[in-house]
Unconditional design. Sequence first.
Length: 426
Amino acid sequence: MKKIMLIDEFKLVNYAGGIEQVVCGFANDFVRRGYDVTLVSLDREKGVPFFPLDERVSFINLCYDIGGLYFTPAYFWSKLKKEFVRLLYGPGLISKGKKVRDPKKEYYYNEFERRLALVFAKDMPDIILTSSATSTAIVMNILHNKFSAPPVDKNILYRDNVSYAVRNVKKPMIVTMCHINVSNAIRNATPIQIHAWKESACVSVLMQSYVEQMKRIGISSVYWMPNAVNQVFFDRRADLSVCHHKIVCVGRIEEHQKRPHLLIQAFGKIAKRYPEWSLHLYGEQSNVHYVNRLKKLADEYQVSDRVIFEGPSNAIVDHLQEADIFAFPSSFEGFGIALTEAMAVGLPAIGYHSCDAVNELIIDGENGFLCDDGVDDFANKLAMLMDSQALRIQMGEQARQSMQIYSPQRIWDRWESLLNSLIATH
């Protein structure tokens, strides 16, 4: 039985993010296929992943399950040092155009590496899938420093209780998943991250157009692997024959990527013409300052009673069923899971031409609309769909059909085929 380890450096516990949904879905499917699957993260919060896990999947929270106390005096000292650095260089930690070292983040990654090495010492997997190039770099550093060189004295224990006796073990195959927009990933990549991509057995990217972007920087083994999109049974599809007068947007309430302020402005511009319609925003609201700004913006357009901040939900499909239009004003996306889920339910979608991934998933004029940058065109396209139930039904059905190529069975089959082909040459 092949042992697969999924490593997610990001938050998994009680967090409904797109990456987290993907890794949990992968773990569940592959354990059902007979693989031994372990999911690893370092979460400061106790609990379990937001998305359900098959009981046969092993979940290791590095913060609590191995390596001792995380919240040591060194941790609190790193927090104090970070506050001092913030006072000197501002919240962005920028000095002379360069990022200043973040003491708290350094502590986190040092602990991540130390604790993950202990996991490897207990049980080395055959295949490692990482959620980012940073995770890959950490894994490669552990394997190089602690599991490579022949021992000088087998009786001596390596620091952190990783024994010399486990060195020279067979190295696992590493696949790096790039879950974000590739142009942004490359623009912000460090030399260490680029090296991690190059040394991976394969880098998976979410859209076909991203493959060539990766290859242009010298990554030879790149594979197009879209996210799995749950297909919706007939009785759970949006019933557009009934007008609910609801526009829905799903995504964390965040200013620079998700940009719900543009949607509120677009809705506000036409709201008087459609007094029965309302806008519902689902997603994490941790940025209280920005949420308050959005509420003030809705008040300025006199739609505060019709813009509803619903918060996060683990029953999104139920809410999408009761909607008529899905609006997605993101500036960039790696794939857009929320968008694809809404389209799979059978909702027509609106997004921006300039947003990667969105401009491939939405086929303008067929399963939704792509808009020019700004607010006016978004408002016009909203109005076109609000005016025509027949158009909503037509585009909604096209949206549902266009998502069938991303069915979980097809995507997990693609993953298994890819892993088998990589193993054969590893």
